[in-house]
Design a binder for this molecule. Structure first.
Ligand SMILES: NC(=O)c1ccc[n+]([C@@H]2O[C@H](COP(=O)([O-])OP(=O)(O)OC[C@H]3O[C@@H](n4cnc5c(N)ncnc54)[C@H](O)[C@@H]3O)[C@@H](O)[C@H]2O)c1
Length: 247
């Protein structure tokens, strides 16, 4: 098992891709502190994984939540080997319709939260020569219509990740990015609201389907968290079925 007795924080770790990552880390022998705003989903995590997981209910944009998650990793499991900044909330609207609150939602839950958790985790990650996985998006790289606030935050995450990868490399901490494509509750809701865009998107995926959070995306994340990726930092891995960027 690749992650035996190692501990990871997974933001948004109670549903969607985050739940797939939580499951995969635990099946690889690891332990998870899942942070999520959704308390019901968090209860299910605790039921499913027992003493292999802890759940922190909170909003990732709150700096105190990041501090609490790191403290819980240390108290419950003795330290922290890695961090997965997966949670990100946003609203899809044409650029001219985006309001200040829309920009703020995407930047506080995506960009700021990623920074908060990296700052809070740094001192523990130094001790373990840990690994960070942040999340990008093909919609951002391709300029998908209606995704201005999301795309800006996602590319800001990638930009800062490459810098921090270089700054933290001498301390032995690796920082990489995964850009996924997976059928999650969030994507299912989006597909119902924007069915034409959903069908257009599927038509541009060479592997002809949306990925599965646990079996298609999470293994790429656990690879980057593990020692198998010990010579990789500052990279973006596309776990997206090879989707062509035709937005
Ligand atoms: N699903 C895809 O195809 C896809 C494509 C590109 C990028 N991504 C990225 O992958 C990551 C996961 O995507 P997903 O589709 O699983 O998302 P999702 O919306 O299905 O799930 C995200 C999880 O984060 C939690 N969450 C949302 N806001 C939060 C907050 N403020 N504080 C704490 N928890 C919060 C939710 O409760 C949920 O459990 C995101 O960064 C997303 O932008 C996903």
């Amino acid at each position: 098992m690749k992650l035996e007795n190692q501990t990871f924080i997974v933001t948004g770790g109670a549903s969607g891709i985050g739940l797939g990552i939580t499951r995969r880390i635990i099946s690889e022998g690891g332990r998870v502190v899942a942070v999520d705003i959704n308390a019901e989903a968090g209860e299910r995590v605790v039921e499913e994984f027992g003493d292999r997981a802890r759940f922190i209910q909170g909003d990732v944009s709150d700096t105190q939540v990041a501090t609490t998650a790191v403290a819980e990793s240390v108290e419950a499991f003795g330290g922290l080997n890695g961090l997965v900044n997966n949670a990100h909330a946003s609203r899809q609207k044409p650029f001219l319709e985006l309001e200040e609150s829309d920009w703020s939602l995407s930047f506080s839950t995506g960009f700021q939260a990623t920074l908060n958790f990296m700052r809070a985790a740094h001192d523990e990650l130094v001790k373990t020569k840990g690994s960070v996985v942040n999340f990008g998006s093909g919609a951002a790289m391709g300029g998908q219509l209606g995704q201005a606030s999301y795309a800006a935050a996602k590319e800001a995450i990638r930009g800062v990740s490459r810098v921090i990868a270089n700054e933290w490399a001498p301390e032995g901490i690796r920082v990489n990015i995964v850009s996924p494509l997976a059928l999650t509750p969030g994507v299912e809701a989006w597909s119902r609201e924007h069915p034409a865009q959903y069908e257009e998107t599927v038509a541009t995926i060479p592997l002809a389907r949306f990925g599965d959070p646990e079996t298609d995306v999470a293994p790429v994340v656990t690879f980057l968290l593990s020692a198998d990726a010990k010579y990789m930092t500052g990279q973006t891995l596309m776990a997206d079925g090879g989707i062509r960027k035709l937005y």
